[in-house]
Design a protein around this ligand. Structure first.
Ligand SMILES: [Mg+2]
Length: 186
C-alpha cells in the first residue's frame, strides 16, 4: 500500500455486503403468515472484528456504509462501537459519506473506502484511498489504489487494516500491545 496515501487517512469507510460478508443475504421468516416476523442474518468474520478494533485503537474513525437496511448489520456495528453507520439511507453512499466526513471534520483526501460493487464507485472516485477486495467487480478494482487477496467475509477487512497500519508504521506497536497482554489486547 502506498505510504503517502495511508498516512493521510483519518476515516475508514467499509462497505458491508461482499466486504464484511461474503455477499450472502440470509432471509428467514417465523411463519408464512403475513404477520410472521422477518429474520435478517449475516455472517461476519472475527478477524475483521479485531481489525476494526485495531484501526480504532490507532485513532481512525471506522464507518459502515451500506446501501441496504439490516438489523443484523446494525447489531454488529453496535458490538464494535462503529462511530458512523449508514445502512440504506436512500440518498446513496456518496451523500451519506459526505455527511459523515463533515461531522468528523475530515476531507475526502483523508478518507479510505473498501468496496466491492458498482454502488461503491461514486465514493471510491472521491476518497484519497480507494480500496477493493479481491472479488470486487472489474470497474471497482480498476479504480482502486489497493486491491486485496482475501475474499469478502473471510478476513478481507483484516487484510486491508494490516496493510494500512503497516504502511502507517503502526502495526508493530499494536501487535506489541497484544504481546504485553494489555487491556486493549483482551
Ligand atoms: Mg458490497
Amino acid at each position: 500500500m502506498d505510504r503517502r496515501l495511508a498516512e493521510s487517512v483519518r476515516f475508514v469507510s467499509l462497505d458491508v455486503d461482499g466486504v464484511l460478508t461474503d455477499g450472502s443475504i440470509w432471509i428467514g421468516a417465523d411463519s408464512d403468515s403475513p404477520h410472521g416476523a422477518a429474520r435478517d442474518v449475516r455472517r461476519f468474520h472475527a478477524l475483521d472484528g479485531l481489525a476494526i478494533r485495531m484501526m480504532q485503537r490507532a485513532g481512525l474513525v471506522v464507518a459502515f456504509l451500506s446501501g441496504k437496511r439490516s438489523a443484523a448489520v446494525r447489531l454488529r456495528a453496535r458490538e464494535l462501537d462503529i462511530a458512523e453507520v449508514s445502512l440504506g439511507s436512500g440518498k446513496g453512499k456518496l451523500s451519506a459519506l459526505r455527511g459523515m466526513l463533515a461531522r468528523r471534520g475530515c476531507t475526502w483526501d483523508q478518507a479510505a473506502h473498501l468496496g466491492d460493487d458498482l454502488t461503491d464507485l461514486a465514493v471510491m472516485e472521491r476518497v484519497g484511498l480507494p480500496a477493493a477486495v479481491v472479488g470486487a467487480v472489474p470497474e471497482v478494482r480498476a479504480g482502486a489504489a489497493w486491491v486485496g487477496t482475501v475474499p469478502g467475509g473471510e478476513g478481507a477487512v483484516r487484510e486491508f487494516a494490516e496493510a494500512l497500519l503497516v504502511a502507517r508504521g503502526e502495526w508493530d506497536g499494536l501487535v506489541t500491545e497484544f504481546r504485553e497482554g494489555g487491556r486493549f489486547a483482551g
